[in-house]
Structure formats: C-alpha cells, structure tokens
Ligand binder design. Sequence first.
Ligand code: ASP
Length: 345
Amino acid sequence: MSKVIVLSTGGTIATRRDTQGVGLAEDAAGDLLGRLPADPGVEVEGVDVLRVGSYLFTPADMREVALRTREALADDRVLGVVVTHGTDTMEETAYLADLFHDDPRPVVFTGAQRPADAVDGDGPRNLADAITVAASGAARGLGVLICFDGVVHAARGTRKTHTVAPAAFSAPDGGPLGRVRAGEVDITLKPVRSEPLDLDAYALDGVRTDVVALYPGCDDTALVAAARAGATGIVLQALGAGNANPIVTREVARLTEAGVVVALSTRVDAGPVAALYGNGGGADLVAAGAIPTGILRAPQARVLLGALLGCHRDRARVREELAARTGAAHTEDRPWSAGTTERTR
Ligand code: ASP
C-alpha cells in the first residue's frame, strides 16, 4: 500500500512552552500526526530524526536530513516525503536536500509559527497540507518544496520573510509554485532545477563556510578573521546589487589568490546580484574573484558553496560550478539568465 513518510526534526510545530512561556521542541512524529485535522486519505508513517529548534541545526544535521530523505525514498511504496522542521533554517535544509534530490517524488518541508500547545496552532493544517502535496502527482518532478500557510514554494530562492506571521515564507524572485487547499493541489509554475549533486560524495570534513555581512564603512576585519578561522568558502552579504568598498575588495582578491572561494550575495531582499559598479563595487569584486550568486541570498548561497566544497574539494571546480548553478553571468543586459521558474499554464 502506498504511503507518505513524515520525518520529524523538531521546531515550533513540535514545541511546548514551560510556565515562563519559553518553548522547547518536545513532540515526536507520532504526536504531530495525532493532531492532524482530518484523515489524510493516505497511509502516513512518522519517523523521528531529531527533536530540536532549527536554530540549533548544524551542517551535519542538514546532511542527515538529506540522507534520511533518500533512505525513505528507497521504498517504492513511498509516494513522497514530508520533513517537519523549524522555520528559522528551513530554507537551508530544504535547499541542501534539493541540491541532492534525484527522484521525481516530492519532498515537502513544513513547520509552524505557533507552538504545538497553542489553541490556534497552524502546525496541524500545515502538516496536513504538506502530506497532501507529498502524495500528489501534481508535485512530482518539482524537487524539494516548502509548503506553508497553504502556499507551495520551490526550496531554491525561498526564504523566511516574517518572524512570526503564519505566512512565514516567500520567494521574492520566482513567486510561489502553487497552492494547496481542502486536499487539492494547484501547481502553476515549475522550478528550473540543476543536475543533482552526489550525496555519497558529500563530506563535511575540512569544509568551513562563513557569511560576512557588509555595511557602510566596514573594513576587512571579519573577512580576515573568517580566513584565519579556516574558512574554505566565504559568502559576502554585500550592499545593493553586490557592492563593497576598496578595502574589502582588496582582501577578496587576496583570499581568492589564497584559494578561498568567495561567493557574492546581497542584503537586498529581491533581484539578482549584478556586477555594475567600480571603486570597490560589484564589478571590482568580480574582477577580484568573487562569484555572483544570482537570486540566492546569503543563507542559501552558503549552503550551495558548502555542498560544492564538500562534494568536489577542487577549488577551481567549485568556482566553476558555483558560477554555472547561479547564473554568474548576470549583467544589466541579462539580469535573469538563470531562470527561477517556468509557467506551467
Ligand atoms: N521559530 C522556529 C520554528 O518555527 C524555531 C526553529 O527554527 O526551530 O520552528
């Protein structure tokens, strides 16, 4: 008999509060499934993977979720997999799983903004919706998804855009792929996906990736510190379309020369990174060796950089693939060369 597997990892959907109102992830998969608002109409099996807030997740935990997802899909009776996860780093774990996902069956991440013991919790509805999507033929071939507040997003390019509202996620550059309501899935866009990476080749040892945030007047202190701490990859969360200043740019050139892979993202919410300005701006950063990461923001750029370093090791290959997978050739004339979605109708 076909079924959906729910991998439970903790997060607010599994959180209960103490007498001071402080929450900790406590519920197991079985507890979550016991609160579904209605019969899901498909056999569902719960598996406990972790029980933590996702703000505590490590790269090893994220890799573990990708491995357990693959393990779940080894069973032919499985229609799809749901991962319940804290919202804080869901965009990272979902995107990492997506980078390795090589199966047409859907993998759907969900969670909650209100805890398990809230009278008006959003977790049960979100979980029911995610199970519907995971079991749906309409979601096949779309890769890893985030289903939240009735909206279905591709993992890539989706981020947490509200700290507390039930509509926690959005995809500023591609928009949602579709919606789920009353047991019906409506998909209107299809994500453009890259070749899957090899999960068996992905090792974490010797890989350290840091994010360095830029701001007016910043110097190279944080960059130098990251390199000294052993960073093999650094994501710059730069200004505007991807700009810094001459001090930072000089250090980027030095780090690139030393073999550190520097990825260029931005603190701006939407739009691609583009090499437009000199005097330490994006054009100079790219000339110094930084690789623009298209529509990825720092958290997902870091996931991609870490996955490439962990799979390939060879820095030249990492640079090449990072550029190919993010449409590094973005310029003012060709801002959308790396597509995010295609309309299905
Ligand atoms: N606020 C978070 C959540 O939704 C906490 C976490 O990421 O675990 O679960």
